[in-house]
Design a protein around this ligand. Structure first.
Ligand code: GLA
Length: 382
């Protein structure tokens, strides 16, 4: 049942601006972004819709999420970390905008979503970027899209506590329909690559698990990579990230590094190479080899970087029994969420049925799935 507070908010709300902010997929290049590496993501056709109005109050902002059936208020002059994570994605962005402009006033926002939460399609970045984009337009702040990407990332660091890279916010904000985005996270330069997978399609299988290791292990992986860099930096001050190291150079340090550190760094360097190879295959239309690289990426994430989980591994292994699946891998931070599969369109239905039965039998969890397409990033709804 709707609370009276929610009903009265809805009755008085008059949208002045509507923003659509999509989730993202990533074909290859996982855990490379915060190592200044390469990624190959794009936005999808599932999204968060945010409606904005300037608030009638001078300082009180009201935000309603229809997904959570929850409403909260905060003072625009006193933005602080909150208890509920989803609220921090919002106030975090507000606080970060306030650091670079003082044009933002009190606002109300109504949020609706058809993005599955916690499933590795980055509903968090979609929310952050949607808020940034909406406030920028509503208050005519003249903040550039790159600034919005970066401040959304900082909101996640400073208000949520995940030291995420830049891929999600970048893909959510900058993607274009029918393309994937090759992003160099060292320079923040991107190129669009046209894609037409037909007769193949992108299928996401959602494990519907989200192991609570995700955030702590994520930060640990980041630290492990930084430790490798610090160690190698002692001999060469020019090394500032794993991007400055070759596999051969790393090999020279193998005996000085723990096995875990060596495996982590090896994975990152190999994954960077895979992204560039994958782009070449994509341009040649060689989807078979592209798919093989997706499998190789998953292998590295499972065994070297150790951010997968039994549910993800099961689904990737299961897909190998189907010739019509060219490639599959876990996607995003790991420890749950979705696998991304490149599959022949004629095989989708049977594959989903078979995978759902097998997954249910193995884990007693219902699998959910959806086919998606590369789509436009955050934009004004018209
Ligand atoms: C999460 C982070 C991204 C990226 C991926 C792993 O989605 O938000 O920055 O590091 O994990 O590739």
């Amino acid at each position: 049942m709707m609370s009276t507070q929610i009903t009265s908010f809805l009755n008085s709300f008059k949208s002045q601006l509507k923003v659509i902010s999509p989730g993202r997929i990533n074909f290859i290049g996982e855990h490379t972004d915060y190592n200044n590496g390469f990624v190959l993501p794009t936005a999808i056709d599932k999204k968060i819709t945010l409606s904005f109005q300037k608030a009638s109050s001078a300082t009180q902002c009201t935000v309603l999420s229809t997904t959570y059936q929850a409403l909260f208020t905060f003072d625009i002059d006193k933005v602080e970390i909150r208890e509920a994570t989803w609220e921090n994605f919002i106030v975090g962005v507000v606080a970060e905008i306030q650091k670079i402009t003082n044009g933002i006033g009190a606002f109300d926002c109504l949020i609706d979503s058809d993005l599955p939460l916690g499933s590795g399609v980055s509903s968090s970045a979609a929310l952050e970027c949607g808020i940034a984009y909406g406030l920028n337009a509503l208050f005519e702040l003249n903040v550039s899209t790159l600034q919005m990407v970066q401040l959304s990332q900082r909101a996640e660091h400073n208000f949520v506590g995940t030291k995420c890279g830049i891929m999600d916010q970048y893909a959510v904000m900058k993607s274009k329909e029918s393309t994937v985005l090759l992003l160099d996270c060292l320079t923040n330069q991107h190129t669009y690559i046209d894609v037409d997978f037909d007769p193949y399609v992108v299928l996401l299988l959602n494990t519907n698990v989200s192991h609570n290791l995700a955030s702590s292990e994520y930060n640990t992986r980041r630290e492990e990579c930084e430790e490798v860099v610090s160690m190698m930096q002692k001999d060469n001050a020019n090394i500032t990230s794993l991007r400055d190291i070759t596999l051969l150079q790393l090999k020279d340090y193998e005996s000085q590094l723990s096995d875990v550190h060596f495996q982590r760094a090896t994975y990152v360097l190999q994954e960077n190479q895979r992204v560039l190879e994958a782009v070449d295959y994509l341009k040649e239309g060689n989807l078979k080899q592209f798919g093989n690289l997706m499998y190789a990426s998953h292998f590295g994430l499972q065994h070297q970087y150790e951010v997968s989980c039994p549910e993800l591994d099961f689904l990737v292994d299961f897909s190998k029994g189907y010739d019509q699946v060219l490639g599959a891998r876990m996607m995003g931070g790991g420890f749950g969420g979705c696998t991304i599969n490149l599959i022949h369109k004629n095989a989708v239905e049977k594959f989903i049925t078979d995978a759902s039965i097998a997954y249910k039998k193995e884990f007693d969890i219902d699998l959910t799935s959806f086919v998606t397409v590369p789509s436009q990033g955050t934009s004004i709804y018209s």
